[in-house]
Ligand binder design. Structure first.
Ligand code: SF4
Ligand code: SF4
Ligand code: SF4
Length: 334
């Protein structure tokens, strides 16, 4: 055997991690839907629990909160879980590659599933490199636009004005409403993207997600890198065939690439012992399981610390959320 871990072990571990987080998100979605139904109705039954983890799906609000936190020292009291999850993802990006994308994010998991189905149905197309590069820039353009608007343009007063706006109070409900009752245009775009995900490998993550773009830029500085020993490599390209991020591993000795999600799937398929390794600066090779252990462990640690230090549950009482949710049709973007 070339590697102490088989490709099945890595793939199974990743699938388990992604499935558990995806299942958790489904439960969170269901709980939030129950809360939304309660808050938008006139019933006098006791409020169901509003799951804080739903705030993971408000990344722009989290970026506003982060800048506001840096400028004022005030932690987001309305959507604290959103800021905590965003900080955790940034931490993972900086130190543990795009581990959030590879092992945790349910959207990435869904994208992987669509790709597998497309492959089975033989409808998965290969994007030519002349088109791949411009398409790759789309998520960075989106990221640049959001960064310019929030990080560059908004001062503390504007950030606070958004933060305390009615819109921010109901941004989670707005998001749910968007998916439950999309406009014709939004619904058509969503259906088109879903359909294309079966045909274009990793469509959303590779080309369109600015969140992943940001994590990829941070991952350039990550101490964990996949290294290839060019003297041992026989150029069989097995690593490239399994790489979900379509990285040309054989074109480099160190995979310092914004697209690498730290999935480790390239390691066990390499037929040459110690040719492909997970490396840390100053160390020949790190045990492969160290990376997913740190990714999942750190993510859960952020959650635990936030819970224990009261930075997880919103300080807004359910009745106040209800008051604003009932005006959802009339509240627009500030
Ligand atoms: S690129 Fe975006 S959607 Fe895809 S896995 Fe990463 S954060 Fe999730
Ligand atoms: S280079 Fe290896 S670890 Fe990085 S995305 Fe590709 S298969 Fe995964
Ligand atoms: S699988 Fe190993 S030997 Fe084959 S091309 Fe990749 S690094 Fe080289």
């Amino acid at each position: 055997m070339k590697h102490s871990l088989t490709s099945n072990t890595i793939a199974r571990l990743r699938l388990t991690s992604q499935s558990v987080f995806a299942l958790f998100c489904l439960v969170v979605g269901w709980q939030f839907y129950q809360f939304y139904l309660w808050a938008t109705s006139v019933s006098d039954r006791v409020a169901p629990q509003r799951p804080p983890a739903v705030e993971a799906f408000l990344p722009l609000g989290a970026l506003v909160s982060l800048k506001r936190f840096v400028l004022s020292g005030e932690y987001d009291a309305i959507h604290p879980a959103g800021l905590t999850i965003f900080l955790a993802a940034l931490f993972l990006g900086l130190f543990l590659r795009k581990g959030f994308c590879g092992w945790i994010c349910p959207v990435g998991f869904t994208s992987n599933l669509a790709e597998k189905i497309g492959r089975k149905l033989h409808i998965l197309a290969t994007i030519p490199s002349w088109l791949d590069l411009p398409l790759l820039s789309l998520k960075y353009l989106l990221l640049a636009a959001f960064s310019w608007l929030i990080l560059w343009k908004m001062n503390l007063q504007e950030l606070s004005s958004f933060h305390f706006s009615s819109y921010n109070m109901i941004s989670d409900a707005k998001m749910l409403h968007f998916f439950l009752d999309p406009s014709l245009l939004a619904g058509s775009i969503m259906l088109l993207l879903m359909a294309l995900s079966f045909v274009v490998k990793n469509l959303w993550c590779r080309y369109l997600c600015p969140y992943g773009g940001l994590l990829g830029l941070l991952a350039i500085f990550s101490p964990f890198q996949i290294k290839r020993d060019q003297h041992l490599c026989i150029d069989c390209k097995r690593c490239e065939t399994v790489c979900p991020a379509s990285i040309q591993i054989t074109a480099r000795q160190t995979v310092r690439n914004c697209e690498c999600i730290g999935c480790l799937e390239c390691l066990p398929v390499c037929p040459k012992k110690e040719c492909l390794t997970l490396s840390l600066p100053g160390k020949a090779a790190a045990p492969p399981l160290l990376l997913p252990t740190l990714i999942i462990g750190s993510f859960l640690l952020f959650w635990l610390v936030a819970r224990l230090s009261d930075h997880w549950q919103s300080q807004i009482p359910p009745e106040t959320f209800r008051h604003y949710y009932q005006q959802i049709q009339s509240i627009g973007h500030p």
